[in-house]
Design a protein around this ligand. Structure first.
Ligand code: ARG
Length: 444
């Protein structure tokens, strides 16, 4: 009886405490006024000058000319009147768990998945500080990118918004399989790791996509051709049939998710487009028919055209095997020419760099090549903001500077419409209304 009374008393107390809590008015969200000397909002192709962005809590409340904005006396003001202010950048092809310095084969045997997770933590910070407030991470051990996304969202450490895939889905012996070791060599952490990644035939593919969705991925990544940095396969050769790719695309779409396909070779690219894949990663050896099909289906190309510099330079110093160097020589230059062709033809383009092949934080080095190979600077910036937001299905919340969107805002000192390499040095970073970098220095 006594126990019951105590329990009831506790309940009454708990309820009244809860009721009191309810009555307290929520603290007013923090309001910040950002003075923008030059503003590129990724809606228009030109700057607006002397603007004020009002940030309330996590979101942009309004953007208006300074002359029409009342800034209260005691307001919190960020003065970027000598800078160019832009939307946070978006990289649709990263591998946050990899760092671009472990090319010698021995690391396949030495590194544990936990090391990848620690790299992911460091790389997330670097990415955010480079002005990339969102990334789509497309391939890591299960389920590193999902955990990274959750930890960042919970505020455990700074990093970009992550749209997370699971491990790369590959056919047996494909780009995502650890091929060319002796049959008795197993380097998977646990047997299931392989089950989340290697699938053959429509049924296994459906199962693998479903299993990945079960563990919280936002997006599916599958391989439609061989690769450069794998062993014993050819980047030009298709991997998976169109029917297999279609099964994966259908499963992803049924769950309301997007799907990206790695594809260098022309046949694999076309298989993937016809299968209903949303973005072709690399698209290096695309032919005219592939370009025509991409336009017809509205498929994005996500072409990592900076990578070649690093793979044929630093990566060799870091022990990249000759086979991979030779394969890169087959695709790298052609990829840049085909980028130009695709841009001219009006294929939808996203910004994806394959960061992790080269060190994270250097993502913006790709802008130089995008302009060299056919884009205007405004087009390149819109590709890395508005278009990339559309590809990752976040167009309603990020990608442009407009009232109602998340306050993901960066600033540079130079004039990126004149010299796009100004984006390689980002001085100011705000994500969701929180400042992470100011005056070129991290604020955490
Ligand atoms: N992850 C890709 C692969 O191994 C990298 C390709 C990089 N080369 C390039 N030119 N984009 O196939």
């Amino acid at each position: 009886m006594m126990k019951l009374i105590t329990l009831m008393a506790c309940l009454v107390l708990a309820t009244s405490a809860f009721a009191q809590e309810e009555k307290k008015p929520a603290p007013a969200p923090k309001v910040t006024y950002i003075k923008a000397g030059r503003l590129f909002d990724s809606v228009s192709d030109a700057y607006k000058t002397n603007m004020v962005i009002v940030v309330e809590g996590e979101r942009i409340k309004s953007i208006a000319p300074a002359a029409q904005t009342q800034v209260p006396k005691d307001a919190s003001v960020i003065d970027l009147s000598n800078a160019t202010v832009l939307p946070g950048l978006i990289d649709c092809h990263t591998h946050l768990g990899s760092s671009g310095d472990r090319y010698a084969e021995i690391y396949a045997f030495k590194d544990s998945p936990f090391r990848g997770a620690f790299s992911g933590l460091m790389n997330s910070e670097k990415t955010l500080l480079a002005g990339f407030t969102s990334v789509r991470d497309v391939g890591s051990s299960p389920f590193l990118a999902v955990d990274l996304r959750n930890a960042i969202n919970e505020g455990m450490f700074p990093g970009p918004r992550i749209v997370a895939s699971g491990p790369y889905i590959s056919m047996t012996g494909g780009h995502g399989d650890l091929n060319n070791y002796a049959p008795q060599v197993q380097v998977w952490m646990f047997p299931e790791e392989r089950d989340f990644s290697i699938a053959d035939g429509v049924d296994q593919i459906r199962h693998t996509v479903r299993a990945q969705l079960k563990y919280g991925v936002d997006v599916i990544k599958i391989g439609a051709t061989g690769g450069v940095l794998s062993k014993g396969d050819s980047p030009g050769a298709p991997q998976y049939t169109e029917a297999e790719l279609k099964a994966a695309a259908d499963e992803a779409h049924m769950a309301g998710r997007r799907i990206a396909a790695h594809a260098h070779g022309a046949e694999g690219i076309k298989n993937a487009i016809r299968a209903g894949i949303d973005s072709i990663e690399h698209a290096s050896l695309v032919d005219d028919e592939g370009i025509r099909l991409a336009k017809e289906h509205g498929t994005y190309f996500d072409m990592d055209i900076y990578n070649d510099d690093y793979i044929l330079g630093k990566a060799i110093e870091h022990g990249l095997p000759q086979e991979n160097v030779d394969k890169e020589k087959m695709v790298g230059r052609l990829q840049r020419e085909n980028f130009e062709k695709a841009v001219k033809a009006g294929v939808k383009m996203a910004f994806g760099t394959d960061a992790g092949v080269y060190p994270h934080g250097d993502n913006a080095k790709q802008f130089f090549y995008m302009v060299k190979f056919g884009m205007t600077p405004a087009q390149a910036i819109k590709t890395a903001t508005a278009s990339s937001a559309d590809l990752i299905d976040r167009g309603k919340s990020v990608g442009t500077l407009e009232a109602g969107k998340f306050a993901d805002i960066i600033a540079v000192t130079g004039d990126p419409l004149k010299d796009v390499t100004a984006l390689e040095k980002v001085d100011f970073v705000m994500k969701s209304g929180t400042v992470y970098k100011q005056g070129g220095k991290a604020t955490f």
